[in-house]
Design a protein around this ligand. Structure first.
Ligand SMILES: Nc1ncnc2c1ncn2[C@@H]1O[C@H](COP(=O)(O)OP(=O)(O)OP(=O)(O)O)[C@@H](O)[C@H]1O
Ligand SMILES: [Mg+2]
Length: 297
């Protein structure tokens, strides 16, 4: 898989405050990469460095294997926190202006308007747009010069549930068209719904990175009980058992990778034991996120 972005030891200090501390990560082509972290964890600062608007204190990064330069930056479209458009001009006119600034031909404007579903409103003044439409226009503008990578900072901030759903669908559509997307979010749910990979930032430190799909894999826990003596031992004999805890009157069996609750159930049945309680608890991303944040104090 082609590496789009490679970050090594990236650090940013603002005076005595370390906003981003020695971050290492890689983003491959086609990924929707989420930077997840609470307010103030360094997401925007990181994106700012990647966009060349914040100077790193230390470390480096490369885009497509090249040191950042103007040519390479043209392959990256970004929607940072506050996009600026002229309120009294139409969406269409605003995009024409942006195309001029970016020195790209205006031919793409109908396509990007169609993609973000604003074709029907293109002649209306920007100030009459809803927040969701404004955000979609910002995304359209970032796509004008057909970048390979799209960077989004908190793309659904301030939107209502309908607007949030629209932006998430749009992100998936853009990803399906083959673009690599890097987005910052403090919303777990957002990362879980739209990202393929993610990194968790905590006070400027990267405390976790990996595929979203892997989250909770091999960490299935089954809460089980049966009215037999030495039930503990029986559970230990199951080849899928990784560890056992006693909690609220039940045995909490953490399973090894590729084992599931039904395998344990089958095993018990074959041993002539019928469980009177058996509940599979898959670890949610939320639980994991909270654990990650509390672990790395
Ligand atoms: N220009 C600046 N000068 C001084 N400190 C700054 C500056 N920009 C950011 N910081 C500090 O760096 C830290 C990280 O901020 P940053 O905006 O990157 O976080 P964030 O993860 O994007 O947060 P949010 O979710 O609120 O957008 C914060 O403590 C912030 O106060
Ligand atoms: Mg931010």
């Amino acid at each position: 898989m082609e590496t789009v972005l490679s970050i090594k030891g990236l650090t940013k200090n603002f005076g005595r405050l370390c906003a981003v501390n020695n971050i290492n990560l890689n983003v491959s082509r086609g990924q929707v990469f989420g930077m997840l972290g609470p307010n103030g964890s360094g997401k925007t600062t990181t994106l700012g460095m990647l966009m060349g608007v914040v100077n790193p204190t230390a470390g480096e990064f490369s885009w497509f294997g090249e040191q950042p330069n103007n040519q390479v930056r043209k392959k990256i479209g970004a929607v940072l926190e506050h996009p600026i458009f002229y309120p009294y001009l139409s969406g269409q006119k605003n995009l024409e202006l942006n195309a001029m600034i970016k020195q790209c031909p205006p031919d793409n404007i109908p396509n990007v308007l169609e993609l973000v579903e604003l074709s029907g409103r293109r002649h209306d003044k920007y100030k009459t747009y809803s927040l969701g439409m404004k955000q979609r226009l910002a995304i359209a503008s970032a796509l004008l010069n057909e970048p390979t990578v799209l960077i989004l900072d908190e793309p659904t901030n301030g939107l209502d549930p309908m607007g949030i759903a629209e932006i998430r669908e749009l992100i998936k559509k853009i990803a399906a068209n083959g673009k690599t997307i890097i987005l910052a979010s403090h919303l777990l749910d957002e990362v879980q719904k739209v990202c393929t990979h993610f990194a968790v930032l905590k006070k400027g430190n990267m405390v976790h990175t990996g595929p979203v799909d892997d989250v909770g894999k091999g960490a299935e826990t089954v809460e089980v009980n049966a009215d037999v003596p030495n039930f503990n031992e029986l559970l230990m004999n199951f080849s899928g058992t990784s560890s056992i805890n006693r909690e609220n009157g039940f045995f909490q069996v953490t399973l090894r990778e590729d084992f599931h609750g039904k395998d344990l159930n089958k095993f018990l049945f074959e041993q002539g034991v019928v469980a009177n309680h058996l509940v599979t608890k898959k670890k949610s991303l939320e639980k994991m996120f909270l654990e990650i944040l509390s672990e790395a104090n």
